[in-house]
Design a protein around this ligand. Structure first.
Ligand SMILES: [Zn+2]
Length: 83
């Protein structure tokens, strides 16, 4: 059975630019999207801004996940007693 995150990784392979919104924890390797990702992402193709389905897709494939400045997710920070 395919896991949800595998679909997410397939999506990122197809749209590598979306990786900038993905946080990956250096501790547990879990990935999620950056909570500061805008509601709707737009793309500028020279003739103006176009709304893309990028943000919706990212939300479908990934959970919201924030990492600290060291790239460690909240779960791992909690485990380490830093939250
Ligand atoms: Zn982690």
């Amino acid at each position: 059975m395919k896991r949800k995150t595998d679909d997410g990784m397939d999506y990122l392979r197809e749209f590598p630019k979306m990786k900038k919104w993905i946080n990956t924890c250096i501790c547990c390797g879990k990935s999620g999207y950056n909570p500061s990702m805008p509601e709707v992402l737009t793309r500028n193709c020279g003739q103006g801004e176009f709304k893309t389905a990028g943000a919706q897709n990212i939300r479908k494939y990934f959970q919201k996940m924030s990492v600290n400045e060291l790239g460690i997710c909240e779960d791992c920070q909690r485990v380490q007693g830093k939250l």
